[in-house]
Design a protein around this ligand. Sequence first.
Ligand SMILES: Cc1cc2nc3c(=O)[nH]c(=O)nc-3n(C[C@H](O)[C@H](O)[C@H](O)COP(=O)(O)O)c2cc1C
Ligand code: SF4
Length: 512
Amino acid sequence: MSRSSLRTTVAAALGVAGTAVGALAAHDLTQKRHTILRIYPVIGHMRYLLEGLRPELQQYFIERNWDGRPFDRDIRSIVYQRAKGIHGEQAFGTERDVDAAGYEYLVHSIHPAPQPESVPRVQIGGPDCARPYSMALLNVSAMSFGALSANAVRALNQGAQRGGFAQDTGEGSLTPYHEEMGGDLIWELGTGYFGARTEDGRLDEDIFRDKATKDQVKCISVKLSQGAKPGIGGVLPAPKVSAEIAEIRGVPAGEKCVSPASHTMFDTPVGLIEFLVRLRELSGGKPVGIKLCVGSKVEVLSLCKAMLEVGTAPDFIIVDGSEGGTGAAPLEFEDHMGMPLTQGLMTMHNALVGTGLRDRIRLGASGKVAAGNDIVKRIIQGADFTNSARAMMMAIGCIQAQRCHTGHCPTGVTTQDPYRQRGLVVEDKSVRVTQYQQGTVAEAVKLMAAMGVSSPSELRPWMLRRNLSQTANASYAELYEWLEPEQLLTDPPEDWAAAWAAASAQSFRTHH
Ligand SMILES: Cc1cc2nc3c(=O)[nH]c(=O)nc-3n(C[C@H](O)[C@H](O)[C@H](O)COP(=O)(O)O)c2cc1C
Ligand code: SF4
């Protein structure tokens, strides 16, 4: 190109750019939606650009190893490393402030126990269950197809199949993607009864029976609430309700899919237990359970009274903490509603012990379980097994960009966009799920051995200690009240007496 024609081209380009900037400035000055742009035309767009990049800037340049949220960099790194089969050892020592109030540590033994020859598992299924299930210590927590992409569901299920653990379907129903890989499933029924609903939104028993009796379905879980949004039903934002999802769930495509806040199949604690009995019959005697974020002690005790009255109990109860994750929820609910896992789990555990029901029910715990110490801590607080949602998402590539509700997940985990999903290669990521679960459980087992116990059943509340201040610390045995078997039936302690008296098997609406 000659010099003069180059000059002409550059001048033309500058002219076009100038016109575009002028048009943008005119648009910004006259539009009425954005104050910033009316006052700072053109350059005001920088604010929106930087606002959009804020999570990445924060994560890449500002966040320190221990203060990222919801999961800090150390935890994310350990999940990624375990998922890749890297051992995940750290050099040089802890970066945590071990003197700070709130810091917790496990109590080791001078005489560690030998490691067990096989990895411990938990038998699920009380006396009324005909088909008990042997559950792993760590499983894939409930996440629906819809919130998750098809490839994410496949990778998680294949990982579970290879590693001998279970995947919870989430309330979005059992789908072909769950069944394709053959991994063990916990089928979750939420308030929408998706996948087994009648036209008016109640449970269709025939459809339920057909699916629940499939061999791959190992347990049935009725979702009462979720820690990130207790008291409201599931929400699948409109951009994610594809034609396929709409068909699977039996709802209109392209519209926000909201399941009701309450169940329609029961409205009392006794009604709930009777509903579980019916589901157990329809499924051919499989373990049935509930998942909830604990709200009040009275409600928990009302459930216990209902179990005693009906004469049967759920085979398992999963307690979800308010710190738990979600595909989409209002911030007010995420931040300000429901019991954190520690309180919720100990409330449920003690209520079941105090009513003499604990032996027949297995307790699951979910809420930021990501590393081996989380498993051990939750077992000490009353759990028998744990579930993880977001750490499992990280194992298949999630980078905590927190755009799950937009349909634009950059890693193909929580999107229905075929192009983005393509990035998630099922064979590769499923291996990571297996390796992450196995590596994490192996660390939990190692921690228990270092604590001098050779089985989770030997863990005790005194083995977990908490700093109360810079100078004081106490064990969980000292900090909390641990009820004796059947104590609520004979002599309720002061802290429980009022709630016990107020609880009713006939109503959830009991206040005291
Ligand atoms: C993307 C996503 C979708 C979820 N969908 C469901 C669901 O359908 N049903 C449910 O009971 N919980 C659902 N959850 C909650 C998880 O099962 C779990 O209870 C919670 O995230 C706590 O675990 P975490 O801290 O390991 O993520 C979802 C969580 C995420 C992150
Ligand atoms: S990468 Fe971001 S948008 Fe995708 S699943 Fe993870 S947090 Fe959600």
